[in-house]
Design a protein around this ligand. Structure first.
Ligand SMILES: [Zn+2]
Length: 913
């Protein structure tokens, strides 16, 4: 196995392109009942969703013969099989196979005096010849060693014949049975099964150049097999059918299906004047049902030929042979089928190129067969029903779990035929590669892969090298991460727009990859919506945190990451481009109908907002009697959209977890709001449902009890007052008074009922704060039913939290405790944006130590501009655009942070080139 690690340095490249316009999604997927799985379970699944079904059948098949898997022996590596001639008679009574197999092979590394063949031990050897003369053999397990008549040198041709008989059903997957009262014979030899019924060098990478097949069966049976039909000669109660496969073929693709079939012909026309036979062999009972989908096969062949190159066995035929197997098997030129689902038919046809024409060299790279065939399904849906159907098919194949597409263990059949990895994720690798390369280079690569590796076997690196040579692109990282790496990128986009100096708007996008494990190097479509429409940029993203500057002519209102789903990924909903120009958003999460009097009186008393002027959002619908007069009209209902959050410096959320408010909370990007610097006060019962692990960790607490009953609320910090309960405080969560981060403070504890005492209120004031507003990102929590705390006492404490911990300006006359005096000011940078020097004015309310620092969008300090003692009054600082070490700071978004006397102020500035 060859591995190459990524070495390419990626350069930032931002190019404009137009968004792919998609048809509206349509309901293509029709649920259908699939035939029973190998374990007997029968499932209804969407028509597209065939991978779990196909893979289960193949895994079961391979498990059947797992013990006999055997790599090529040293002797087998010394010769190259060219031609097999199978002359076999199949007798239903006793399930017998009898006859001869002749092999011609050339010596590639001589001399050799024996040839080793794979052949199951239960089959009885009757005679053998070498160069026409009788010879001897020996057998160890399932390996047969045939003595040649002499030593053969490199380049010489070996010609041996083996005569044998036996019942092959004992070990492999060769079946004699009765179906609908008639005798059926069929084989399925992937991967090590050929040796169960005929002796051969059963190694997929050594394809025979051609195979002649003479199968004698009862004359009532029609024999379907590989390649071109040559003749059928009846003799008494039997008939001998001769097929000739003139193209290279792997041993596991040599097959027989014999039955009194109903035979139907169709024609594929590669050009207006050429035609090739398509022949379907169906049970008489099934022929009519299979006909509609079989009628599509000629169009499928045409569709694939335009994408993959011409049908690889164009001088022979294509066909189906119905057999008793739940899935399908891509026997060369004659697919075995147990179901006639359109996706399955397309999948098996695609295998004629990917699996038969180019065969994976070993099972580590089975995705080159199964992932490609699964992608063929999507391409067929695209050809027949359009891009929306293509996307719908791929959507049914999304797999985001663990494991690599590359198969680590070649002996684990369920891992080899893993529907999620080898089939579904394998098909997504091609889907993603298509967008990375563009349609022209992608399909040209598939056709070159056909040309370069056709009639041979290949591994992932062979395919990668073809794609690289066709496209001129370095694809090491792409294949490394998607074939040998696990999972997928989780993108967290955060963006801000500023009017650009030269006109238009500069959008600074910070794109984080938040998954654990590997980082992905991918070109990512970024679509910006402005009043003028959409513009799609392609950014080349490869780092945990990477910043891009995009330019549009109009103010952007929406930024979307890979909106057309070209990447297997997830995108976090984030608060972006926050302006924080407004003070407080109050969100109601208490059901008006159930808690009418209690909640209405709390709002009337301003219990949750004190003297602050607030805007209002309601998780519920407008109450029957209208809103209390104390509340302004709501801005909206349900979850709070990220763009609404971005206007507010502070959010007060009154929760309850009853009647649906929890869902509104969970669908609001709360964590993202904190990360960009928005302050949040949550008051609710059942706090454990609201503060999930990430938010609880952010707050720095650990729950000790949930579903608890609270008594009075005791303040633990100066400026806060105790709050008495108005009623039953049930279903509440309490936490350990020891916080998990020094940035968190205990604000309240419960008055009684717990020993040791428990916390019910806390706040975190991060030193660095959030990303876009480093002074912000404060999270406070007060446990308890918000409407059952004493209204006056609660409003005083809410005011104190907003004033003293959230630093939100408040009207001092309306608050019991005097807030911290303010007067610190930082004026906007001028010029801004700038490419050279820029100045920042600041004012101090008194003589004190002040520090003015510049931070990048990740919160890292870039430069300290001011750090020392200053008189009260106005001062000016300037920045020359350089970092601490004198290097030029890159273009992008920065924050200037002024800190003095325990207060801070922040301004945003943008550097341009
Ligand atoms: Zn398949």
């Amino acid at each position: 196995m060859r591995f190459r690690t990524s070495s390419a340095a990626r350069t930032l490249l931002v190019t404009a392109s137009f968004a792919l316009v998609l048809a509206a999604p349509a309901a293509f997927a029709k649920p259908m009942l699939f035939p029973p799985l190998p374990n007997g379970r029968q499932e209804t699944r969407e028509e597209f969703d065939v991978a779990p079904y196909l893979s289960a059948w193949k895994a079961a098949r391979l498990a059947h013969e797992r013990a006999t898997a055997q790599p090529a022996t040293l002797n087998q590596q010394q010769y190259d099989a060219h031609w097999y001639d199978l002359n076999l008679t199949f007798t239903q009574a006793g399930s017998q196979v009898a006859g001869t197999v002749r092999m011609k092979a050339s010596v590639v590394s001589g001399p050799i005096s024996v040839v080793e063949l794979n052949f199951y031990a239960n089959m009885v050897m009757d005679a053998a010849t070498s160069a026409g003369g009788a010879t001897t053999w020996s057998r160890v397990g399932n390996l047969l060693t045939l003595n040649l008549d002499r030593a053969y040198a490199t380049g010489e041709l070996v010609d041996v014949t083996l005569t044998y008989h036996g019942n092959p059903t004992a070990a492999g997957y060769f079946v004699f049975q009765t179906v609908n009262g008639r005798p059926l014979i069929w084989s399925l030899s992937e991967a090590y099964g050929a040796r169960s019924w005929w002796p051969c060098k059963d190694i997929p990478e050594d394809k025979a150049d051609s195979v002649d097949i003479h199968f004698t069966t009862a004359s009532t049976q029609t024999v379907a097999s590989n390649g071109r039909f040559v003749s059928r000669v009846p003799s008494g109660g039997t008939a001998t059918t001769h097929w000739h496969e003139g193209y290279p073929i792997a041993t596991y693709l040599v097959s027989i299906a014999a039955y009194p079939y109903t035979v139907t012909d169709d024609w594929y026309r590669p050009t207006p004047t050429d035609s090739m036979l398509i022949r379907f062999y169906n049970y008489p009972e099934s022929a009519a049902g299979a006909a509609p989908v079989q009628a599509k096969v000629k169009n499928m062949m045409a569709a694939f030929a335009t994408r993959f190159g011409e049908y690889p066995f164009i001088t022979e035929k294509y066909g189906h042979a119905q057999f008793q197997y739940g899935g399908g098997m891509e026997h060369q030129t004659i697919t075995g089928l147990g179901t006639f689902n359109e996706s399955v038919v397309a999948h098996e046809l695609a295998h004629q190129w990917w699996g038969d024409l180019v065969t994976c060299r070993d099972f580590h790279h089975i995705w080159l067969n199964e992932g490609f065939a699964s992608y063929g399904e999507a391409l067929w849906w695209e050809a027949t029903a359009g891009v929306a159907a293509y996307k719908a098919d791929l959507n049914a194949s999304r797999y985001t779990g663990p494991g690599t597409v590359w198969v680590p263990d070649e002996t684990d059949e369920s891992r080899i035929f893993d529907g999620n990895l080898s089939y579904n994720k394998g098909s997504w690798v091609l889907h993603m590669l298509r967008h990375v390369l563009g349609d022209a280079a992608f399909f040209a690569s598939l056709q070159q892969y056909h040309t370069t590796w056709g009639y041979q076997s290949a591994v992932t690196e062979d395919f990668r090298d073809v794609c690289e040579s066709v496209s001129g692109r370095d694809l090491d990282a792409f294949f490394q991460q998607w074939i040998y790496g696990e999972f997928f990128p989780v993108y967290r986009p955060t963006w801000a727009a500023v009017a650009a100096g030269g006109g238009g708007w500069d959008v600074t996008l910070q794109l984080e990859q938040t998954q654990s494990g590997q980082l992905f190097h991918m070109p990512v479509d970024v679509t910006l919506t402005t009043a003028a429409g959409e513009t799609t940029f392609v950014i080349h993203d490869s780092l945990a945190t990477q910043t891009f500057v995009l330019h549009v002519n109009d103010a952007p209102t929406l930024l979307e990451i890979d909106k057309d789903d070209w990447i297997l990924k997830s995108v976090e909903t984030t608060v972006s481009n926050p302006t924080f120009e407004r003070g407080v958003l109050l969100v109601n999460g208490v059901d008006w109908a159930t808690y009418g009097t209690e909640i209405t009186s709390a709002y009337t008393d301003h219990a949750f907002s004190g003297p602050y002027t607030v805007d209002f959002w309601d998780a519920f619908a407008t109450p029957a009697g209208g809103y209390p007069a104390a509340l302004p009209a709501p801005l909206g209902h349900g979850e709070v959209p990220p763009d609404v959050l971005g206007h507010y410096r502070n959010v007060i959320w009154v929760g309850n977890n009853f009647g649906g408010d929890l869902a509104a909370w969970q669908e609001t990007p709360v964590l993202s709001y904190l990360r960009v610097g928005g302050n949040l006060l949550l008051m609710t019962r059942q706090g454990e449902s609201f503060l999930d692990d990430s938010l609880r960790t952010y707050l720095g607490i650990n729950w000790t009890n949930t579903g608890a009953t609270l008594f009075d609320c005791l303040a633990t910090r100066p400026g806060l007052a105790n709050v008495t309960t108005l009623g039953s405080q049930t279903l509440c969560a309490v936490f350990d008074t020891v916080r998990t981060t020094p940035e968190s403070e205990l604000l309240f504890r419960v008055s009684s009922g717990f020993s040791p005492t428990r916390g019910i209120g806390a706040v975190r004031v991060p030193a660095g704060g959030g990303t876009f507003r480093p002074s912000g990102a404060r999270l406070a929590f007060l446990s308890g039913r918000p409407y059952r705390w004493n209204h006056t006492q609660l409003q005083n404490d809410v005011s104190a939290i907003l004033a003293n911990w959230f630093l939100e300006p408040v009207n001092p006359t309306a608050v019991g405790d005097a807030p911290i005096a303010r007067g610190l000011a930082l004026s906007p940078a001028r010029p801004n944006p700038s490419s050279g020097a820029t100045t920042l004015g600041f004012a101090l309310p008194r003589a004190e130590h002040a520090r003015l620092t510049l931070l990048d969008v990740t919160g890292r300090r870039v430069r300290t501009l001011v750090d020392g003692a200053f008189e009260a009054g106005e001062h000016v600082a300037s920045w020359d655009g350089r970092d601490e070490r004198g290097g030029r700071a890159p273009a992008g978004l920065y924050w200037a942070r002024l800190e003095a006397g325990g207060e801070s102020a922040v301004r945003r500035l943008v550097r341009i080139r």
